[in-house]
Each structure stands twice: as structure tokens, then as C-alpha cells.
Design a protein around this ligand. Sequence first.
Ligand code: ZN
Ligand code: ZN
Length: 95
Amino acid sequence: MTSHVEEQIRKRIAAAKQRPQEDRAAFAEARAAGLDSRKRTKLRRIFCATCAKLQRKGTYLRCPLGCGDAVCKTRAACGNTHLRQCPNRPIPEGD
Ligand SMILES: [Zn+2]
Ligand SMILES: [Zn+2]
């Protein structure tokens, strides 16, 4: 009468074999979550609306007309160019 014990052992072996797969699934899930958060970080990055340079904290100014775009703080040309292209710019009256 060893069949019952053998069955238990076989079950235990099967369970042990299954565990690495579970770990891999958990790892893949964690990795996917990590990629997701990285993607979100990428989307949160701020680029100059004029020259498309990646901005860091303190290197850019928000559009004074309130469109939400960022422009380089140190390059006046970026701000000036944006103001001419800004969707919030005042519509010039025809002369
Ligand atoms: Zn710029
Ligand atoms: Zn603007």
C-alpha cells in the first residue's frame, strides 16, 4: 500500500514544478507594471513647444497665455516663437 504515499509525493513534485512558472508569471506582471509606469513617466516629460528640447524642473516657463505649453526659460527665441504660434494668442485685427 504505497500508492497513496506515491500519489502524495507526485502531487508535491508537480506543485514544486509549478512554482517557478508562478514566479515567472508574477515577475512578468511586475515587469509589465514597471514598463507601464515608465511609459507614464515618459508621457509626463515636458518638452519645449518650440525647439522640442527635453525640459527639467526650472529650465522651462509655462506659456504666459495659458495654453499649458512649456518653452525654454533660457532661450527667449523659444518663448517668442511660441507666442506667435500659441493657440491662445490674441487674434490680430485686420488693418
Ligand atoms: Zn526651446
Ligand atoms: Zn501658448
